[in-house]
Write a protein that binds this ligand. Structure first.
Ligand code: SF4
Length: 115
């Protein structure tokens, strides 16, 4: 499964990895904004604030940086490398970097995916 945003691959993995251990804030945003069969009946959906980027004039850095709840200064300057979470599971997000702040549920310190 491939999750794309702003014309770029944000996360890649099996259906199980993407649904049960998403490692990119956009993927998490998507999961929170769609109805789930396993959710409690009155659970509210959480939309992703903001609008998609203008692909004719894409922003510098991570295309999700203007909507991301975890955006850091580097996110608006430079696109994150693609980190290898496990075989076949990758995420292009600075939160995976070893020096990133701790955010619950994100795996830090993975190697960059050699492709
Ligand atoms: S690279 Fe930065 S802005 Fe982009 S998804 Fe990760 S934390 Fe958010």
């Amino acid at each position: 499964m491939i999750v794309m945003y702003g014309g770029m691959i944000m996360e890649k993995g099996t259906v199980d990895e993407i649904f049960h251990s998403p490692q990119h804030p956009y993927t998490r945003g998507l999961m929170n904004s769609v109805p789930r069969m396993d959710a409690a009946a009155k659970e509210r959906l959480v939309p992703i604030p903001g609008s998609p980027p203008d692909l004719l004039n894409p922003p510098k850095g991570c295309p999700f940086s203007y909507r991301c709840p975890h955006a850091m200064e580097i996110c608006k300057e430079e696109m994150a490398p693609t980190y290898k979470i496990s075989d076949g599971h990758t995420s292009a997000c600075w939160l995976i970097h070893v020096d990133a702040p701790e955010v619950e549920g994100y795996i830090k310190g993975c190697d960059i995916d050699a492709g």
